[in-house]
Design a protein around this ligand. Structure first.
Ligand code: DQA
Length: 143
């Protein structure tokens, strides 16, 4: 059976396309998700996408990934910097985690420099926009 990836986008990423395009680019979330699904398919993988602005819904989606998906790609948005709950959920399901940020968080405000997720992630990619998601898919396909 094809490997399955859950791609999670957190708060405010539903605004992609119109949200600070000089930082986050002009792709909409729907376009980004479709590009990921197509890229995964080209590599013989399945990808399912989920976005929520609510921390609890993100936790529920992570919990539901156990036994259903083989890896998680997550851009937890602002919750990356604040949520111990999301980090604990990711540790709890014990799936390989690829943390992605569209922007280079280290070149931005100091409060974006720390992520609770990074220490438990297999890889962290930031600053490459959509390419960060696609590179994570490539890595999952090859691992
Ligand atoms: C982000 C960076 C976060 O600091 C910010 O809160 C986001 C998006 C990114 O993709 O660059 O919402 O995760």
């Amino acid at each position: 059976m094809a490997k399955s990836i859950l791609i999670i986008n957190g708060p405010n990423l539903n605004l992609l396309g119109s949200r600070e395009p000089h930082i986050y680019g002009s792709l909409t979330l729907a376009q980004l998700e479709q590009a990921c699904i197509d890229h995964a398919q080209e590599r013989g993988l399945q990808a399912e996408c989920f976005q929520s602005n609510h921390e609890g819904e993100l936790l529920d989606a992570i919990h539901a990934a156990a036994g259903k998906h083989d890896a998680i790609i997550i851009n937890a948005g602002a919750y990356s910097h604040t949520s111990v709950g999301i980090r604990d959920a990711l540790s709890g399901v014990a799936l390989p985690v690829y943390e992605v940020h569209l922007s280079n968080v280290h070149a931005r405000e100091p409060f974006r420099h720390h992520s609770h997720i990074s220490a438990i992630a297999k890889a962290v990619i930031c600053g490459l926009g959509l390419r960060g998601y696609l590179a994570s898919i490539d890595a999952i396909a090859e691992c």
